[in-house]
Design a protein around this ligand. Structure first.
Ligand SMILES: [Zn+2]
Length: 399
């Protein structure tokens, strides 16, 4: 039977992927710049079929224990997986609104003026000075504490949003520094938070160390913006700048945590050379569990230091959840119990057009907390369910 070729349905090319996997992994890159990771076996099978070899010929090449039906089944299931990944929309699950802000062309033009900041002689010096100024100013808490009316906080939030936009430029500029032209920058609503995004998908082609720099580029730029705010605050003592500084500090620290899928997660993923870190975490946990109950377990595909890193990461993740679950549960329960009263006050005041800022804030904060908690519970439950499922979903055409 004639082998069905991938090229007939999707136009693709292949590239080696820099990972710590003991076997060389590959990237399948489609015309629309979708990147799919392939294991060495999957890659070679696709290659052999695309070169025009029949299933029977491939089976003969592999060895006497392999039949042409086995090759055919393997190849077709591989094609199915690739096509299904190809057809699913890009990861925008939690964005319910997404709009481009700057075209790829404009982004590239702006970024061209910024790439010098990633030169080896420049970035360490700039970063060091910026952190020094940022931390120095942020630590001088105003004697009367941080306070202000909603206008002060509103302004601070706008300054903070500017820093987030610069954060995206940081990723884009780092990508451009390594000759990987960034795509457009856009704005989206993630759940209920406005976020900016930059499409730097082509960085998958880069060696791992460079991917780490691209992942850190955002925080680097955000700290630079923070340093500018810090200097301006030092000169003017204008409070919105100080509050924006605190917002930037907490956002950078939060972005660096590797547990949730923010920059720190990608930094760790590239540093370890393990793609789909969360998926692989489940694999490591399952491996350890099988070893513990003396069931046969397939060997893990990474060198020992990487496996050790993954085990530490797994322990850290579980530890963080175990610590936070009771704290979050108590807070959630408290907010939920107070919610009917908070909502009633809000509705009554709004109905009589005497809505006070306090009632509005309490209502908004409580609503926000409850929505976020529901999301966390949902995510946690889906994580546990996927952990318990014997088979794991074919996120990538691999192994
Ligand atoms: Zn980022």
């Amino acid at each position: 039977m004639a082998a069905k070729r991938l090229m007939e349905t999707i136009s693709v090319h292949y590239q080696p992927l820099d990972s710590s996997n003991r076997q060389q992994a590959y990237l399948l890159v489609s015309e629309e710049e979708r990147y799919i990771q392939l294991s060495a076996n999957a890659y070679h099978l696709l290659q052999l079929v695309e070169e025009g070899n029949s299933y029977a010929a491939i089976a003969r090449q592999i060895g006497p224990e392999v039949t042409d039906e086995m090759v055919q089944t393997a190849h077709q299931s591989l094609l199915q997986q690739i096509e299904s990944i190809h057809q699913t929309p890009r990861r925008t699950r939690h964005f319910w609104f997404k709009a481009p802000l700057l075209s790829a062309h404009l982004t590239r033009q702006i970024v061209r003026g910024l790439i010098w900041m990633f030169r080896p002689g420049v970035s360490p010096v700039l970063l060091f000075l910026a952190v020094l100024v940022f931390v120095g100013v942020a630590l001088q808490l105003p004697t009367d504490g941080v306070s202000g009316n909603s206008a002060v906080f509103g302004l601070a939030y706008i300054f903070f949003l500017v820093s987030i936009l610069c954060h995206e430029f940081g990723h884009a500029a780092a990508a451009a520094y390594y000759d990987t032209p960034p795509n457009r920058i856009g704005v989206a609503i993630y759940l209920i938070y406005p976020v900016f995004y930059s499409d730097v998908n082509p960085v998958w082609r880069l060696p791992r160390k460079r991917r780490v720099v691209v992942n850190l580029g955002g925080i680097y730029f955000q700290i630079l913006v923070g340093a500018i705010y810090a200097i301006t605050y030092q000169l003017t003592r204008w409070q919105p700048l100080y509050i924006a500084l605190l917002m930037i500090a907490s956002s950078c620290i939060f972005s660096l945590n590797p547990i949730f899928k923010f920059d720190g997660y990608w930094v760790l993923s590239d540093a370890l050379g393990v793609t789909n870190l969360h998926q692989q975490l489940k694999r490591v946990i399952r491996y350890l569990w099988h070893r513990a109950i003396r069931r046969p377990a397939a060997a893990l595909p990474w060198p020992l230091p990487v496996i050790a890193g993954l085990i530490i990461y797994a322990a850290l993740t579980i530890g963080v959840w175990l610590y936070f679950i009771p704290v979050l549960a108590a807070y959630f329960w408290h907010t939920l119990r107070a919610y009917p009263a908070v909502a009633r006050l809000f509705v009554e005041q709004a109905a009589h057009t005497i809505l006070t800022a306090d009632a509005a804030r309490d209502f908004l904060v409580a609503t926000f907390v409850i929505l976020t908690m529901c999301l966390i519970i949902f995510r946690l439950m889906s994580f546990v369910v996927s952990l318990l499922r014997a088979r794991w979903s074919p996120i990538k055409a691999n192994e």
